[in-house]
Write a protein that binds this ligand. Structure first.
Ligand SMILES: [Zn+2]
Length: 245
C-alpha cells in the first residue's frame, strides 16, 4: 500500500513538473508571438529592429542580425524615415565593390549629400543619428540636427598612412566605411571637425559626444585625436574590433 502511495506521489510530482514546464514554454511562446503580447517590440527578439525604438539590451543583437542579412537590412531602412533606395551591386574589380548597394540621401531628420554606400553603413548611420546625434544636439546645442556632411563612402583606393599609401586596400574600397566632416543644425549653426573640434565649449562637447556615439554604432571610429590624417573627419567603419580613437 505504502509503495503504491509513493508511486502515486512520484507520478504526481512528474505531472506537475511537466505541466509547469509546458506552461512556461507555452507562456514564452505567447509572450513572443501572440499579436496582442504585452512584450514591447524593443524587448521582443522575434521582432525585427526598428530604428526609432528605444535602445534595450537586445538592440545590438537585433542590429547585428539586420547587418548580416541584406534583405532584412533593406526592410529595416524601408520601414523607417531613411531615404535609402536599393541598387544593384557594384563590382568594379576583385577588391573594389559595393555589395548591398543603396543610394542614401537622408537618415531621420538629417540630410546628406546623396551618396552610394552599403546598406549596413546606412543602417549604422541611422542608429547614430537617432540615438546619439539628435540627443547630443538637444543636450549641447539646444537645437535639431538637420544635416550630416561627408567625404563619401565608396572609394577604390589603398589605405593611407602618415608615411604614404600601403598596398592594403582601404575599407572604403568595399564601401564599408564613411568619412564624416561636419554637421548642420535647425538654428543655422554649422560645425566642422576641422574648425570646431577645439572650438567653443558646447560645439566641442557636441563633436565629442558625436564621436562617442559613433563608437557605439560602428565597429571602428578614428577621429582628430588619432592622427593628422583624421583632423578633418571621423572615419567610421563597419568592420573591426571596437576601436575608438
Ligand atoms: Zn575613411
Amino acid at each position: 500500500m505504502r509503495k503504491l502511495m509513493r508511486a502515486a506521489l512520484a507520478l504526481g510530482r512528474v505531472t506537475v513538473t511537466l505541466a509547469l514546464f509546458g506552461g512556461l514554454v507555452w507562456g514564452g511562446y505567447l509572450a513572443l508571438y501572440h499579436p496582442d503580447t504585452p512584450l514591447r517590440d524593443e524587448w521582443n527578439p522575434v521582432k525585427p529592429l526598428r530604428i526609432a525604438d528605444p535602445v534595450t539590451p537586445i538592440t545590438k543583437w537585433k542590429l547585428s542580425r539586420a547587418l548580416s542579412d541584406p534583405a532584412l537590412c533593406q526592410s529595416v531602412l524601408d520601414a523607417s524615415s531613411v531615404s535609402a533606395s536599393a541598387m544593384s551591386d557594384l563590382q568594379a574589380s576583385e577588391v573594389c565593390h559595393i555589395r548591398g548597394r543603396v543610394r542614401l540621401a537622408s537618415v531621420g531628420a538629417a540630410k546628406l549629400k546623396p551618396l552610394e554606400t552599403r546598406c549596413p553603413i546606412a543602417l549604422r548611420l541611422a542608429m547614430w543619428e537617432r540615438h546619439a546625434l539628435q540627443p547630443a544636439a538637444t543636450a549641447h546645442l539646444g537645437t535639431e540636427l538637420t544635416g550630416i556632411r561627408h567625404y563619401s563612402s565608396y572609394n577604390c583606393r589603398a589605405i593611407r598612412t602618415p608615411s604614404g599609401e600601403t598596398s592594403r586596400m582601404s575599407t572604403h574600397a568595399s564601401a564599408d566605411a564613411i568619412d564624416i566632416s561636419g554637421f548642420d543644425f535647425a538654428n543655422g549653426k554649422r560645425l566642422s571637425l576641422k574648425a570646431d573640434w577645439n572650438g567653443a565649449a558646447p560645439d566641442a562637447a557636441f563633436l565629442r559626444a558625436a564621436q562617442q556615439g559613433a563608437c557605439l554604432w560602428f565597429n571602428t571610429v578614428l577621429g582628430p585625436e588619432y592622427n593628422a590624417l583624421h583632423a578633418d573627419h571621423f572615419h567610421m567603419q563597419n568592420t573591426g574590433w571596437n576601436s575608438c580613437g
